[in-house]
Design a protein around this ligand. Sequence first.
Ligand code: HEM
Length: 417
Amino acid sequence: MTDTADAHTDEAPAPGGPCPVTDLATDYDMFDPDYLRDPFSAWAELRTEGCPIAHTERYGGSWLPTRYDDLQALAKMVPELSSKSPIVIDMPDALVKDDATGYNAAAPISADPPEQSWTRRALLPHFTPKGVMKDREYTERLCHELIDGFIDDGRCDAAVDYAQQIPPRVIARKLGVDEGMVDDFIEWVRGVLELGLQQPELRAKYRDVIREFFAAEVADRRANPKDDLITALCQTEHEGELLPDEVVIGMCNLQLVAGIDTTWSSIGSALWHFAGNEDDRRRMVAEPELWDTAVEELLRFYAPVTMARNAAEDVEYGGITFKKGDKILMNFPGANHDPDHFEDPHEVQLDRQRNRHVAFGIGIHRCAGSNLARMEMEVALKTWFERIPEFTLSDPDAVTWAGGQVRGPRIIPVTFG
Ligand code: HEM
C-alpha cells in the first residue's frame, strides 16, 4: 500500500468513520470492465462502508469522491484545486501543458480564473436557450435523415448509426466547419478523449491534428468572415483587443471535444436503457408529456462526464490531505446516485420531480453547452420514439461501454419490427 493510501485508511479516515481496507477503497480501477458496466454499486459500497473518498495508485494516482455534498464542496475549491489538467489520468507533462504560446489549449475547461472567466464569457452568448433554438430545426431534420438510412433494415447499431452521428454534425454546423468531415471529427475526438486516455501518443497526435485544423479555419475566418461561431469568436474582444488566434483555436478545440463525446454518450445511454426496459419504453410511448422529466432523469442516472482537478497546494478536506499535485476526480455521476440527495437513486424514475442532478457539473466550470446538449438529447429521443416506438437489444452481450472521462455505450445492436 502507498503512503497516500495509508494516510487515507489508517491515519486520516474520511468523514463517516475509518475506511475498511478493500480493493475499491484503495485500488479502484476506472477502466475495469465491471466498473465500466456498473460503477453504481462500487460508489454505493464506498459510501455505505464509510469510505466515501477512495484512492488509487493506478494511472498516476487519483482520489474518487462519491458523495453529493463532497462534490459540491470540492467543485467550489478554486483556486486550491486547479483545472489546468482536467484529464482523469496523469498524462506525461508535455502532453497536457499549455501551448508554447502561453495560452490555454482548451479554455475555459482547462483554465483557472481569470482566464477561465473571460473565455467562458465569450462562449456563453452562443449557447443560450434562444441561441440553440436556431439549431433545433436542423437537428430534427438530421435525426429523421439518419433514421431513414436504416429503418427499412429493421435493425441498426443505435450507438454507431444514430447517437454518434448527431452531436458532431450539430457542432460542426454551428462552428461553421465542413459537415462532410464528421467521420474525421469522430476519429479525432475518440483519439483524444477515449482511446487516447490510455495511449498518450495517440492523444498527442489527435490533439495536434485538431489544433492544426482549427488554426487553418481561424486564419480563413480572419480573412473571410462568415456567419458562424468561429467568425463570432474571432470578432470577440477582451479588454479592448480581439481574442488572440491561439485562444480561439483552443476554444474551438474544446467545443469539438466537449460537444461530441458527451452528448452522444447521453443519447446512447438513453437508447440502451429503453431498449432493455420494456416498461419504461412503453411508458414513454403512452405518456410523451414525460419527456422533460425523463431527459433530466436519464442525464442524472447515466451522467457521462467525470472531470479532474489537481491540488495546487496541500489541501485538507474531510480528514484527508490532498498533496500538492494530487488528482481529484470530479465524480459528478457518483454524486447523482447519492441516496442522501435522491430518493431511490438506483431506480430510473421517468417522472422524477425533485432532481437537482449535477451531470453538467457545479460552480464556475458548469457546462457552457448544457442548453445545446439538452436540446439534442430531447430531439434525438423524441424523433426516435416517433419513428421507432418498439425496439429491443438484439445482442445484449455485444454492448460495450467506454469510460474514464466520458462514460457511454459504444455498440448497441437493436432490432425493431
Ligand atoms: C450531455 C452532454 C454534456 C454533458 C453531460 C456535459 C458535462 C459537462 C461537465 C460536467 C462540465 C464541467 C467541467 C468541469 O467541472 O471541469 C462541462 C463543461 C463544459 N461543457 Fe459540457 N457537457 C455536455 C455537452 C456539451 C456541449 C454540447 C457543449 C458545447 C459545445 C459543451 C461545452 C462545454 C464547455 C465549453 C465547458 C467548459 C465550461 C467552463 O469550464 O467554464 N458541453 N460539461
